[in-house]
Design a protein around this ligand. Structure first.
Ligand code: FEO
Ligand code: CA
Ligand code: CA
Length: 525
């Protein structure tokens, strides 16, 4: 019991957070519902039990405020905050002012159309387009709490209807630009402070280009080539200008986590989130641009990065006549050259202290892997520009470790790892996931006596997942998306969740966590 806040520190914290929405105290018992306390005597008592409540429940020493939710007005043009917020990027403008990019991954028909049947008219599809893409939020900090600047001209939207050019004046499927960005899941931030927003399950909107019907049916109103989606999109948060980066390849991009090679070249890591798909790395030719460079796929068995370059590989040359075709068909090309099939590579974070790359492998039901794991890659010489590496498993999900289905990952300033879980809505609360209850936010210390163990720090409302964990520049705030609460609701009269408004309908929202449990120097004293 000596690893958590003293009572005095806790009371100090309580006094300082009266403006916040709620404080969770479920960690006070010091024993989890899964009975971990007996198996993990060194567990800090701030860590909480799983919860099935329809609210955000927090570990001791954390509080939250609501920053923005679906439909909130942003500016005088009539733009509103979109649906199903995911990846978050914090771009500081000064100590108390910032721009926050937020991805909007999917439309939600129930909340956008009051529960009507799936739209088919052009105007209804256009409304769904406005619900996806991303938001740029102008924030100011007042009294320690980050707030949206209402009606700021710096609040902007990029949507499924925004015209976006392909990088390098490339013509893709007959056009130099795409109509919109969609399926915006995770992302990254470049050293030059642009945002990378990644198009993941793009075939859900206009189909896969092979004639199958899409999930959202947009192709019934607009004909768009499938090749225009599945890219990394780079956005300037100061202007809202965007472009799709061709050289980074096209697949179900979960995110694009940026770092630098020892020689300064920009590098990003990206997973193709589907069962038995691969992990990629892009090494730019330059320090300040991602327009040209080489895309590699990971062979985790031999510990090598294999270039997806048509001029370097006879297999690729036989199949594709030019590099553009390799980029468009990067998933297929990756397997052709020997990329390793993985268990849904999703979130990726680079350890700021060691350069180790942590990759969330969510699960792979086709291989009977229900709980997933965190994969660790150590590049040769700690250099992101290296072409060989060692891989190992950092921690495996399961009842004995207290989590399942890791998704987004981020490091804090102390070098501890935070991750969110994504047990799908249809599987939550049922075997083999019963013990985990709702999805959560977890902390894995990477040093000290608790290194490598996972502790739950927050629980999401019903059928929601937490996504996009992102620290402010000073590490004192953790922005977090609450995505799709009540996603299995059949009716707005009787939704399965009413978060965040107990009298209202479920809405995705971004929250801002603060409190001493974010601070490693307070967390363990
Ligand atoms: Fe959009 Fe793979 O999560
Ligand atoms: Ca994800
Ligand atoms: Ca997810």
């Amino acid at each position: 019991m000596d690893n958590y806040l003293s009572r005095r520190q806790f009371l100090d914290f309580m006094g300082r957070t009266s403006a916040a929405v709620s404080i969770g105290l479920t960690g006070l018992a010091g024993k989890t519902a899964l009975g971990f306390a007996s198996r993990r005597p060194s567990a800090p008592s701030f860590a909480m039990s799983p919860s099935a409540d329809d609210k955000v429940v927090l570990a001791r020493g954390l509080s939250y405020s609501l920053l923005a939710k679906l439909g909130d007005p942003l500016n005088s043009k009539g733009d509103t905050f979109g649906n199903d917020n995911d990846f978050i990027a914090f771009v500081a403008q000064s100590g108390n002012e910032a721009l926050l990019w937020v991805n909007h991954e999917t439309p939600n028909h129930l909340t956008l159309f009051n529960g009507q049947a799936r739209p088919r008219s052009r105007s209804e599809v256009l409304n769904e387009m406005k619900a996806v893409g991303g938001s740029i939020l102008h924030l100011k900090r007042n009294g320690g709490i980050w707030e949206l600047v209402k009606n700021s001209p710096r609040n902007r939207r990029v949507t499924g209807a925004t015209e976006i050019a392909f990088s390098g004046k490339t013509r893709v499927a007959g056009s130099f630009k795409a109509h919109g960005t969609l399926a915006n899941c995770s992302g990254g931030v470049t050293p030059w402070n642009t945002i990378l927003s990644c198009e993941e399950n793009f075939e859900d909107y206009y189909g896969d280009g092979k004639g199958s019907k899409s999930r959202y049916g947009w192709e019934t109103a607009f004909e768009r080539p499938a090749e225009h989606y599945g890219w990394v999109v780079e956005i300037n948060p100061l202007t809202g200008e965007a472009r799709k980066l061709i050289a980074g390849g096209r697949f179900s991009h979960e995110g694009a986590t940026v770092t630098q090679a020892k020689d300064g070249r920009a590098v990003f890591y990206s997973g193709d989130d589907a069962e038995d798909q691969c992990l990629f790395k892009f090494i730019s030719d330059r320090k300040d641009s991602l327009e040209t460079g080489t895309l590699y796929v990971a062979d985790t068995l031999k510990g090598r990065w294999i270039p997806l370059a048509v001029d370097q590989n006879p297999e690729l040359k036989k199949k594709y006549k030019e590099q553009l075709q390799v980029c468009i068909h990067a998933r297929e090309a990756a397997h052709l050259v020997g990329g390793t099939a993985l268990d849904r590579p999703e979130g990726i974070a680079v350890d700021p202290k060691t350069g180790a790359v942590i990759i969330a492998l969510t699960n792979n039901r086709s291989r009977d892997n229900h709980y997933g794991s965190l994969l660790r890659i150590d590049e040769l010489g700690g250099d992101a520009g290296a072409l060989s590496f060692k891989s190992s498993t950092l921690v495996t999900g399961g009842e004995s470790t207290g989590f399942a289905c890791p998704d987004n990952v981020v490091f804090d300033r102390n070098g501890d790892l935070w991750f969110t879980s994504d047990i799908s809505g249809s599987a939550l609360g049922a075997p083999p996931y019963s013990a985990f209850k709702n999805n959560g936010l977890f902390l894995v210390p990477l040093s000290g006596p608790m290194a490598g163990k996972a502790f739950q720090m927050a629980s999401a409302p019903k059928e929601a997942e937490f996504t996009g964990p992102c620290f402010s520049a000073d590490g004192k705030t953790l922005f977090l998306s609450v995505q799709h609460p009540g996603e299995r609701s059949q009716s707005l009269k009787n939704p399965t969740s009413r978060w965040p408004d107990p009298a209202g309908i479920p809405r995705s929202a971004v929250i801002a966590l603060s409190g001493p449990a974010l601070d490693a120097s307070l967390r363990y004293t």
